[in-house]
Each structure stands twice: as C-alpha cells, then as structure tokens.
Design a protein around this ligand. Sequence first.
Ligand SMILES: *Cc1c(COP(=O)(O)O)cnc(C)c1O
Length: 400
Amino acid sequence: MSLAHGRHFLSIPGPSVMPDRVLNAMHQAAPNIYEGDIITLTAEVFDNLAKIGRTTEAKPLIYMANGHGAWEASLTNTFSRGDTALVLFTGRFARGWAEQAERLGINVQSIDFGPRSPVDPQQVEDALRADTAGKIRAVMMVQTDTATSVLNDVPAVRAAIDAAGHSALLMVDCIASFACDAFEMDAWGVDVMVTGSQKGLMTPPGLGMNYVGPRALESRERADLATPYWDWKPRCNPQVYYQQFCGTAPTHHLFGLHAATSMILEEGIENVWARHVTLSKAVHAAVEAWGQGGPLECNIAEPAHRSRAVTSIRTGSIDANALRRYCEDELGLTLGVGLPLGSPVMGGREEGVFRIGHMGHLSPPMILGTLASIETALTALNMPHGQGAVAAAAAVIAGH
Ligand SMILES: *Cc1c(COP(=O)(O)O)cnc(C)c1O
C-alpha cells in the first residue's frame, strides 16, 4: 500500500518548489496593462532582480521564454555570423548553449573539462593567449551545470581573461545557480548573465532573463544576428512600457516573480546563499554516510566544487530508476533523473545517476524529509548503504 499521500515533495532541480506566497500572488484577475499597479510592480521586479544579481551597471531583461530562449537572446545580441565563441564544457548545459550558437552560424571553440571536474582557469588563459588574432568574441560558461552538479569559479575565469589581456566578453549561464550560489555581476566583471524563473527564483517556468552589462550592450551594435523580439536595445531603453516585453507583459508571472524576489530580499540575498550552503552540505554529508556502506557517491568529489543548488549522485550497482520509482510511488517524493553527464546527446538519460534539487524555497524539514525518504527507499529495497546519513545531515544543520 502506497504511503504517498499528504503534501507531495518535489526535489528536482527545476522547476523548484513554489512558495504559497508566489502562488497566491498569481491568483488574481487580469490587470490593465497600460496603466496602474502593473507599471510600478514591474519597475520593482526589475529593481529586485538587479539587487539579487548585485548590479547597478547591468540591466536585467525579462523574456517570455524558458532558459533556452534566454540563451538564444544572449547569443543573437552578442555575435555576428562567423564570430568565434570559446565555450567551457563541464557537463551538459554549456554544450546545449554551444549547439544553439553553432546553429546560428557562430564558430564554437570548446574546452571539455569532463563530467566530474570544474573549469580550469589556466586552460582558459592559455586558449585566450593562443588567440593572437583576437577572434574570440566571448567566453561562455555555466556557473552550476545541472547534470554534473559542478560549481564553477566565475571570478577565476574573469581573472584568466584579464591575465591573458584578452577583450573577450564573459557570458555566464546561472539558470540553475541564481539566488542559490553566490553571484556578483559587477564585482566579478560578468558581461552577460542568463537565468530563468523556475529554479532559485521560485516562480513557474516561463520567464528567461538576460543581464546585460555595459560592454555587452556596446558589442550589440556589431551583432548582426539580432532579431526584433530578442533585441536588447529597445528593452534596455524602453520609451513605452510594452517595449520592456516586446508586447503584452507576462502579467501573472510578474505577480509571482514580484513575490518571490521580495521574499529573497526580505531574507537577505547573503542569507539565502548561506542557507543554500548549509542545506547542500547536509545533502553531501548524507551521501557520504550512505557511501560508507555502499556504492552511492557525489559525482563531484571535491566539496568546494559542488553546487549548492543540485547534487548529482552516482549509484554504481544500485538501480537509480528503481530507487526513484519507489520514492515517487510509495513515498510521495520526486527525485531528479540523471542527465547525460558529458555526452553530446541532448534529451537523453544517464543511468546510474539521480539528482536531488535543493534550490529555492527549502527548509531543514524539507531537506531532512527528502534524505530520510531516500534512506527509507534504500532500506526497503535492500540496497547497500552506510548508516547514519540522516544524523549526519542533522548534525550539519545543527552546527550551522
Ligand atoms: C535548467 C537549465 C537550463 C535550461 O533551462 P530551460 O528553462 O529548461 O530551457 C540551462 N542551463 C542550466 C544550467 C539549467 O540548469
């Protein structure tokens, strides 16, 4: 008999759990989109996004699109056909971004750091030094790769670009990591940042953001791939309200995002980051305890290189799909499937991996409930695992 009743737990890396305050904010009649409250609310949303991204120099833009749409916006405004991008692969997601770039006619030069390691800034510096003709228009990287759950060091890549004396722009995909891992748009010298509504921002899928720094906006002047809907220019300097969205505003998503970004700023962005550090360490402590008596292990061995938003767990001889299925059907907990860690195939699955999303609206009882449920499944299915995982997670939280 299934025990999957009561509130269903969603522990996947996006869409993340939506707070009741966000859902309630969306539950209202359609507003006038030409005047009134929506105008002020929209301005507040953009202000909140700038604060969360720690920028006064860059302009956050909102598209009615998922992350893939925001990727395309970032590319078409930065590049011309035939330009070169240096793309840093640390799993699946920078590859997806690079595939879009290639289809747009951008020449992709890549460095692959493998499925279990972060970007090595020295190799980036070397590649830029070797580009004596100055062909590379931008370096593209992912802060947290959601397939491998690696956390890359963004300021170290900026330092590598500067050390090479190269003029390439720095473009960062923070779709999984935004409002989870620390991020400083201005202080880190990021030129373009791409994110979306449905992960750390706790709002339904459907909004994609580009943060456009001053150097990026300059480079837009030369980008011949720009198209009307995605064009940064009218969105950066709107003469009338509707130009911010190139048409009707995503009214209800804005209501939700206003609530979510207000919650983040009321908690304090640094406190949000610190909460994600503690809860992610609790997950890592549990996986390490399980791994003492069985094959489970974090895909990323070095704790400093692990994401605070998602953890990919290798299951070895344990059937990851059977584990997920039991959690879902018998316990009411949905875990993330394994995504291809390094293969060029998009849309596939990685067997022998599952993922825990720990992003956004998350408390100790939620994460401890998830970990205890996984332990329940391991026990029920006679899967080998070490003892003490929940206690280890609780100790991390107790000592925070
Ligand atoms: C989720 C995600 C994407 C893709 O976002 P969609 O909204 O699914 O298009 C891209 N990059 C990273 C790092 C992600 O986590």
